[in-house]
Design a protein around this ligand. Structure first.
Ligand SMILES: O=C(O)CCC(=O)C(=O)O
Ligand SMILES: [Fe+2]
Length: 523
């Protein structure tokens, strides 16, 4: 449902508050209306006719405004649309509701059993499928859109790498706080990219990111070996490759060319099989590489024959980890940077935008508001989050199609040993697609006993990537296709959240009008 508020600009934040609390999101804002009013378009996800709720919220908003301040609210869809057309240029309409008449939204029946990952395709199948075809890739993306998340299956053998990291992480977390801080550094950022260890209110976290050489931080095992770091490096590279392999399918669903999303991302981190030549690839687009953004053109490579993704089988894992550890040790000597946590790094490591967040949840900890929720409901910043079902269940996802919380890890063991890799929509994708994809809300509850190690991988675009969708929209229009893309031109991924928040837009606006004008120098 769409609402349009009109109120004097200075009262806009107050008038907005009740709507924000109720979960309405800003879809448009126009502050330069000739009358001095702000015109604010809001969308609410509920499709039912909620006139009662709207009326209550209007009343709440009016009650907070000083007496005599006019607040006009248009709840009629036709009026709202008409006014928006009259007042908003395409660039000011920052988000647009997905077409409710889109038949694909209702074409599939809701899942029969909330707990089963029935009908989930194998990851390999999806990575092999041609984007835009009617096969496994398209089915996966339809489900991702319908529910906000979609499971993909790994064989038990392919999941061995995740289990290795899960086990090593548990051992690593069992160390003293001092040891963890010494090895991983306290949670902090380099150039706005956070990494390191922190013991949060409800859970412990270690965040690592790919570097050209390995990962940062790269913890050293108690016996001085780099097995954990090596497994982390392999896992980060594998997950990064998997995410890139999924992008063309998502792009096809959006109606844009397969490489469009990859062009917004870092260059792919070097694969371990590059024989340590990662530095040769040098600066190949860490920050600027629109063109080289990953191997997504459809070339088939890698051990499983999937696009650029060598999924490591259990039988190869030990050798792969050993050789990756050797490679890291070599790279560390070369750059002497981030393996010795205490050493003076010659230069700051170049960190990827994507990150692996290792989370330890202890069943004995009290969660938010005295519940067992150890990671509060949120959605992730990024394009896609990939989270393999942990050995101990705890992850819940809010299913878009019916608004139910689904305990996605409480899955009966599959007879074939398949392990679900849950793919969730991140806010950048949701925003870029103008709501065609919705960000997947999720949370984590305490495991029933013992602990749970979660390994979400947040696959993100480059923070400085400019989301210019005009060429893609124009190309789609010329071809008579619909492109499910927001009309964006100059905003970068970094600025997207503040661009979207009514409060911060207004705050920015107030700051700019209140700031005293610089006094021009005499000459
Ligand atoms: O523990 C998990 O599996 C997921 C945690 C999560 O969603 C997050 O840290 O963003
Ligand atoms: Fe998350």
């Amino acid at each position: 449902m769409l609402l349009l508020l009109r109120v004097r600009l200075e009262h806009a934040p107050t008038a907005l508050a009740p709507f924000e609390c109720a979960g309405f999101c800003l879809v448009g804002l126009r502050t330069a209306v000739p009358t001095g009013d702000a015109l604010i378009a809001l969308r609410w996800h509920a499709e039912a006719n909620n006139t009662d709720v709207t009326a209550q919220l209007c009343e709440a908003a009016r009650a907070q405004l000083p007496a005599g301040v006019a607040l006009s609210i248009t709840a009629s869809q036709e009026d709202a649309l008409e006014q928006m057309r009259a007042h908003f240029g395409p660039r000011e309409v920052v988000q647009w509701a997905a077409d409710p008449a889109d038949p694909s939204r209702r074409a599939e029946p809701p899942l029969g059993d909330a707990l089963q990952h029935a009908g989930a395709p194998w990851l390999e199948e999806v990575l092999r499928a041609a984007p835009g075809s009617s096969g496994a890739g398209a089915a996966f993306v339809r489900r991702l859109r319908r529910d906000g998340y979609a499971p993909l299956l790994l064989t038990a053998s392919q999941a061995a790498l995740w289990r290795e990291v899960e086990g090593s992480a548990a051992t690593w977390f069992a160390q003293s706080t001092e040891a963890k801080l010494e090895q991983a550094g306290a949670y902090a950022h380099i150039d706005r990219k956070f990494t390191g260890y922190r013991d949060g209110k409800y859970r412990e976290q270690l965040e690592v990111r790919a570097t050209p050489g390995a990962v940062h931080p790269a913890p050293v095992d108690a016996d001085g070996r780099l097995r954990f770091s090596a497994a982390l490096s392999l896992l980060v590279r594998t997950l990064d490759g998997v995410a890139r392999g999924l992008l063309p399918h998502v792009a096809a669903e959006l109606g844009c060319e397969p490489r469009f999303l990859a062009g917004l991302c870092d260059a792919a981190p070097s694969a371990p099989s590059d024989n340590g030549s990662s530095e040769d690839r040098g600066e190949d687009g860490g920050e600027d590489g629109g063109e080289d953004g990953g191997e997504v053109g459809g070339e088939v490579s890698g051990a499983c024959g999937c696009r650029g993704v060598p999924l490591i089988e259990a039988s190869e894992l030990d050798a792969a980890v050993t050789s990756e550890a050797e490679r890291i040790r070599g790279a560390a000597r070369a750059s002497a940077s981030f393996i010795d946590a205490g050493a003076d790094a010659a230069e700051a490591p170049r960190l990827a935008h994507s990150l692996l967040r290792l989370c330890r949840y202890d069943s004995r900890r009290e969660g938010a508001y005295g519940t067992d929720v150890l990671c509060e409901e949120h959605h992730d910043v990024g394009l896609l989050t990939l989270d393999v079902c942990a050995s101990a269940a705890g992850l819940h996802a809010l299913r878009r199609s019916d608004g139910l919380w689904v305990p996605v890890e409480e899955t009966a063991l599959r007879a074939d040993g398949g392990v679900a890799l849950v793919v969730m929509v991140g806010d950048t994708l949701a925003r870029l697609s103008a709501g065609h994809f919705a960000p997947c809300k999720h949370r984590v509850v305490a495991p029933r006993s013992g602990e749970r190690v979660g390994l979400p991988f947040l696959f993100r675009g480059r923070s400085d990537a400019v989301l210019d969708t005009r060429p893609a929209l124009a190309a789609a229009a010329a071809a008579g296709r619909v492109a499910h893309l927001a009309e964006l031109e100059t905003v970068t991924i970094r600025d997207l959240p503040s661009f979207d928040s009514a409060r911060s837009i207004l705050k920015g606006w107030f700051r700019s009008v209140r700031k005293p004008k610089p006094i021009e120098s005499a000459m």
